[in-house]
Design a protein around this ligand. Structure first.
Ligand code: PLP
Length: 444
């Protein structure tokens, strides 16, 4: 094997072999990983070193919202790197100043103060710290169908099975059910769900609960779009009991749902809003905790006990500013809304024509298809936290046909970059249509 070739000249096989030998892959038994080597990417596409083209139908990890290789963002990063790549967070830089002001403009209500982190998990860690200091209470409510990050606190907040291996985790986290109970059982009404939540608050002791953290539209755990009234009801309960509402918009923010933030669909203003991913479209890593003015004011004379070497990193802040400019110049939030309507139609069409489709859901360009073995019993095509030969075959077909998306348990996602065109969307759905012929054969 060559070891000293110039950058950009490795073969896919070399990239895979060295990566497997010297680096760890996340959430995986290392012997089972089968990574795609990627050489370059542009718009909604990426290419392997030997030239196979993929449609990126998941925006990587639901983060490259503006699409790949946008030169406006690349140039902003290059220019900032040449001018001032880093200063201590005790100092200030122009990108930090400009980004704080811009986010205050975009965020709902009076959320206009921000603490910058390296990503989503750290944003949630700091949100929890803030909530505990501000309320003087220690418990945090979180939902079972959720993912909040891989660090100690964030993985404890996480409801999905990725939490199990990290237990016992941090103290004081209490999980509650959300309105969705899986494809077999479906949805509770808003009233049932809020009644259950209020019962948990009573049983835990309202005066012990600092915050309720939730993804307003749940991401990896199923693109769960809450029924109208749910988020407003959660907001009311939080206000009633003095509990801070933390909305984790790490995945749902920055246009994914067809609004800047998912909460905007229901005009709900949380006390704390966390973000990452689409903030820079992942060109450089950056997260942020946004908070209402009243929360930030409490730290005028109290110390904010939080810090990171890379807090307010100028390179990341410059990338975020350029990315936000792209959303605005190219009207990508509008495109997500318009093409979201087209995608909802394409999803409904799959559900109508394929017996294996048990449920489809979407909001903007945030979508999911849940597969079942039997339309009548709605038995999922793979069990909770498991897989099946049929789901594996769907994944294999996508890969062979050049469509990249995440296939998880009994579902797969439809989350393209927001710059996608209708023609490209239809091209991807044509591949999905053919994949579902395989799973139709398994459906009764
Ligand atoms: C809703 C949500 N919160 C938090 C995170 C964690 O973000 P990060 O991986 O940047 O730490 C993720 C990542 O997928 C997420 O989807």
């Amino acid at each position: 094997m060559k070891t000293d070739t110039a950058p950009g000249t490795m073969t896919g096989e070399e990239m895979i072999a060295l990566s497997k030998k010297h680096t760890l892959f996340e959430w995986s038994a290392q012997g089972l990983v089968d990574p795609l080597p990627v050489a370059r990417a542009k718009g909604i596409y990426f290419w392997t070193p030997d030239g196979q083209r993929f449609i990126d139908f998941n925006s990587q990890l639901m983060c490259v919202n503006i699409g790949h290789g946008d030169q406006r963002v690349v140039r902003a990063i290059q220019e900032q790197a040449a001018r001032l790549p880093y200063v201590s967070p005790f100092m200030v830089s122009e990108p930090r100043a400009r980004l704080g002001r811009k986010l205050a403009e975009l965020c709902p209500g009076d959320i206009d103060v921000f603490f910058f982190t390296n990503g989503g998990a750290e944003a949630n860690e700091n949100a929890v710290k803030l909530a505990r200091w501000v309320t003087g209470r220690h418990k945090i409510l979180a939902r079972y169908r959720s993912y909040h990050g891989g660090t100690a606190g964030a993985i404890t907040l996480t409801g999905d099975p990725r939490r199990w291996a990290a237990e016992p985790g941090i103290p004081g986290v209490v999980h509650v059910l959300d309105p969705y109970h899986g494809v077999e059982r479906g949805w509770d009404s808003v009233e049932q769900s809020l009644t259950m939540l209020e019962e948990v608050i009573q049983l835990e002791g309202p005066n012990t609960i600092a915050a309720f953290i939730l993804e307003p539209v749940t991401g990896t755990n199923g693109v769960l779009v809450p029924p109208d009234g749910y988020l407003a009801g959660v907001r009311e309960l939080c206000t009633k009991y003095g509990i801070l509402m933390i909305c984790d918009e790490v995945m749902s923010g920055f246009g994914r749902t067809g609004e800047w933030f998912a909460v905007d669909h229901w005009s709900v203003v949380p006390d704390i809003l966390t973000m990452a991913k689409g903030l820079t479209s992942a060109y450089v890593q950056l997260g942020a905790v946004g908070m209402r003015r009243g929360i930030a004011d409490q730290f005028k004379d109290k110390v904010f006990y939080g810090g990171l070497t890379y807090n307010s990193h100028p390179l990341a802040c410059a990338a975020a500013l350029a990315t936000i400019q792209v959303y605005e110049d190219d009207r990508l939030i509008d495109n997500a809304r318009t093409l979201g309507t087209v995608m909802a139609g394409l999803l409904a069409d799959l559900e109508r024509r394929h017996p294996c489709v048990g449920a489809v859901r979407s909001i903007g360009l945030f979508g999911i298809v849940e597969l079942v073995r039997d339309r009548r019993t709605r038995e999922p095509l793979a069990p909770f936290n498991g897989t099946s030969a049929e789901m594996a075959a769907v994944g294999q077909f996508f890969r062979q046909e050049g469509l990249y998306t995440i296939v998880r348990w009994n579902y797969f996602f439809t989350n393209p970059p927001l710059c996608i065109t209708e023609e490209q969307l239809r091209e991807a759905f044509a591949i999905i249509d053919r994949a579902l012929e395989i799973t139709d054969r398994a459906a009764r």
